[in-house]
Design a protein around this ligand. Structure first.
Ligand code: NAD
Length: 502
């Protein structure tokens, strides 16, 4: 494994400025404008990324449209298209260490965590290649001896993919893989705060030698580049991951062109620990679930409901462990929590600690060591004596901050857990098997885990309910979004036809 010191020798590579990737070429933006890309650990500039605007989106969509309508991608033999998808996966594997490094540099996520995340990205491609080969199948319906009706799945067209900064490479590949494997062409608009790994994905796909225009990347701001992609009449699909308010704006803006939208939005997920739970495992999972990925995790268990009989002991252990969490340079493999993505987000998260105090909760937080004070660090924080109605218990903070509440019984905790706008994930800890299932069934959320931390199974549906999302991606569920289902009705006899006007 390369050391931090060796890795910094790669610095010159990352200081290369970043271009857009349109129609198989790396190009500057039409306006020549750029966005300064800042390192969250030092707040110094890493490099600049071309700032794509409406005219660049128009170019990328035109390339993707041409590739879809007249290029070989949509109609080539499945085996040939899947060979490209497998090649992308192999090329990602060759770059895992480099991508993990870029991701940590760009986002502040600890390298021990980006390594894991990035090593799963190639599997997103392999998984979808296998899924398309084995599960993209139609149904046949026999109607007596008169008809055979059958369904087929066709690619939809140009897919606009809009992604956030919190797990950039993972989320980009999570969308790009099914979109391409099912035969669509793609325009990706990555988050403006984390362009490095999206650029590397463009380099990988360029090396894989996909037909021109099949895959395009336009860096830029959401309000300009993202907005144009959402409103573009030649784009059929928008798959979006990001904040709930942005999702709502996108749905409104896509209405005039009647796009199909998949929405993976914010969360404020409960973890419920009953008194009979495996105490140590629940504690480990609870800490990991809120403080991994710097707390910038959509499925974070940011609301802990602890049974009142074990509250004191659990909170004491939490305090000890949280005080021990290692903050530091995200490129150091020992670091457990790194700096937040940028100063704006840092101020937002810090602001919530003030709000918690104003609301009457107790804030347990740590100091930031002087040697890392240049970074956007918020120490892992517990908000004790929180109440479910407080803003800190209701709003997504998206940082290393957990609100702690107690409950008396099952009925009460289900009510509290559901008394919120969000519905992304939920975690239940109990050794009573019936109660585990029962509570999981009653929590209003798209994804539940019982006696487990957040472990993904790529075959299962991913997505949220309520204000956390619309639709499901993952597994074959993604086919509903990335393909158009058609039904073909075939008469196999001379069935009766009305003879008007005869
Ligand atoms: P964000 O909504 O600010 O931005 C996400 C993306 O949308 C960026 O690429 C941005 O440029 C673009 N965008 C912004 N305004 C736009 C507009 N008007 N039109 C088109 N595009 C626009 O989100 P963020 O701060 O980057 O990410 C954090 C959020 O993402 C959190 O709320 C988190 O919970 C959520 N998230 C959800 C999931 C999930 O699967 N449900 C996963 C990861 C993150």
């Amino acid at each position: 494994m390369t050391s931090v010191h060796e890795r910094t020798s790669l610095k010159h590579e990352t200081q290369k400025d970043i271009s857009l990737y349109i129609n198989g070429e790396f190009v500057a933006s039409e306006s020549g404008a750029t966005i300064k890309n800042i390192n969250p650990f030092t707040n110094e500039q890493i490099n600049e990324a071309a700032e794509g605007r409406a005219e660049d989106i128009d170019k990328a969509v035109a390339a993707a449209r041409e590739a879809f309508d007249n290029g070989p991608w949509r109609t080539m033999k499945l085996k040939e298209r899947m060979a490209y998808i497998y090649r992308i996966a192999d090329l990602i594997d060759d770059e895992v260490e480099n991508i993990a490094y870029l991701e940590s540099l760009d986002t502040g996520l600890p390298i021990s965590q980006t390594r894991n995340m990035v090593s799963r990205a190639s599997e997103n491609f392999r998984f979808y290649a296998r899924m398309v080969e084995s599960r993209l199948v139609g149904d046949a319906y026999q109607v007596d001896d008169e008809f055979i009706n059958y369904t087929i799945n066709a690619p939809v067209g140009v897919a606009g993919l809009i992604t956030p900064w919190n797990a950039p490479f993972m989320l980009e590949t999570w969308k790009v893989a099914p979109a391409l494997a099912t035969g669509n062409t793609v325009v990706l608009k990555p988050a403006e705060l984390s362009p490095l790994s999206a650029n590397l994905l463009a380099e990988v796909i360029h090396k894989a030698d996909l037909p021109k225009g099949v895959f395009n990347v336009v860096h830029g701001y959401g309000e300009t580049a993202g907005d144009r992609l959402v409103k573009h009449p030649d784009v059929q699909l928008i798959s979006f991951t990001g904040e709930t308010t942005t999702g709502s704006t996108i749905i409104k803006n896509s209405a005039d062109t009647l796009k199909s939208c998949s929405m993976e939005l914010g969360g404020k997920s409960p973890i419920i620990v009953f008194e009979d739970a495996d105490f140590d495992r629940a504690l480990d999972a609870c800490i990991w679930g809120i403080f991994s990925f710097n707390g910038e995790r959509c499925t974070a268990n940011s609301r802990l409901f602890i049974h009142e009989n074990i509250k004191e002991e659990f909170v004491e252990e939490l305090k000890k462990r949280v005080a021990n969490i290692k903050l530091g340079n995200p490129l150091d493999p020992e670091t457990e929590v790194g700096p937040l993505i940028d100063k704006g987000h840092y101020s937002k998260v810090k602001g919530y600690l003030d709000i918690a105090k104003e609301e009457g909760a107790e804030v347990i937080t740590g100091d930031i060591p002087a040697e890392i004070a240049a970074g956007n660090f918020v120490a892992p924080t517990l908000i004790l004596n929180a109440e479910n109605s407080m803003r800190v218990a209701q709003e997504e903070i998206f940082g290393p901050v957990m609100a702690v509440m107690t409950f008396k019984d099952e009925e009460e905790v289900i009510k509290m857990a559901n008394d919120i706008d969000y519905g992304l994930a939920g975690y239940v800890w109990t050794n009573d098997i019936k109660r585990g299932h029962r509570v999981a069934h009653q929590i209003e959320a798209g994804m539940l885990w019982v006696n487990a931390q957040n472990v993904r199974d790529l075959r299962t549906p991913f997505g949220g309910s309520k204000s956390s999302g619309i639709g499901r991606e993952g597994g074959h569920y993604g086919f509903d979004f990335y393909t158009e289902q058609k039904i073909v009705h075939v008469s196999i006899t001379d069935h009766r036809i009305q003879q008007f006007g005869k």
